[in-house]
Design a protein around this ligand. Structure first.
Ligand code: ZN
Length: 212
């Protein structure tokens, strides 16, 4: 599986484009593209590599992860796949960004394809497993590619840190539980691609992350 990172918007959110090199089937994870220039760069990468965008996945629906969902839906004819438990973050998008003093660039559409813990998606012959990890938000979801040993952890687990839990549907105990049962049980060599900041591994976080 090939991974390309696009750092997006004023909150430096990581959007990932992943694809299976044999079939060129691709998933776009957390499209946080806010500005037109960011959208152009993503589209350029997709066309340069001849990718067939099969999925639009979100690890959760906080505004910095969904600025570009409408763009991806319209450009590639896919629907947003995520947990329905984060739906309130889509309906409340305009109010949430106003609170942060951010101008709306879009009105995101609701989840079109609800995902649940244990659901399996495929890119070519590669599997992508959905792991529910509530805590940072109610509908937190991580995506794990066992064959390649990759995890897309959203804002659940960062290098040396964990997601904040001070929003209305955040829950600290739940977040720690999600990380311990769903993530730290993965092979230590698993590469973790978080929603912000640099990649890490499950082994390093199990050993050095002071929060888990
Ligand atoms: Zn978040």
């Amino acid at each position: 599986m090939k991974v390309r990172t696009f750092v997006c918007n004023m909150l430096h959110e990581n959007c990932y484009v992943i694809y299976d090199e044999a079939s060129h089937e691709a998933a776009i994870i957390d499209p946080g593209m806010y500005w037109a220039e960011e959208q152009r760069k993503l589209a350029q990468y997709v066309s340069d590599n001849g990718l067939k965008v099969k999925y639009l996945l979100c690890t959760h629906l906080h505004f910095d992860h969904i600025f570009g969902t409408t763009f991806v839906e319209d450009e590639y004819g896919v629907r947003l796949s995520a947990s329905l438990d984060d739906s309130a973050w889509v309906t409340g998008f305009a109010q949430h960004i106003a609170r942060f003093g951010i101008q709306p660039n879009t009105q995101p559409r609701p989840v079109g394809h609800p995902l649940h813990d244990g659901d399996t998606l495929t890119l070519g012959t590669e599997e992508l497993r959905c792991l529910a990890t509530p805590g940072h938000s109610a509908g937190g979801m991580c995506y794990y590619a066992p064959e390649s040993g990759l995890l897309f952890s959203g804002d659940t687990l960062f290098q040396g840190s964990i997601g904040r839990t001070d929003f209305a549907d955040g829950n600290y105990a739940q977040l720690i539980g999600s990380i311990r049962t769903q993530l730290l049980t993965l092979p230590p060599t698993t590469i973790v691609y978080p929603g912000h900041g640099d990649p890490t591994t499950i082994g390093d976080e199990a050993q050095y992350n002071p929060y888990v």
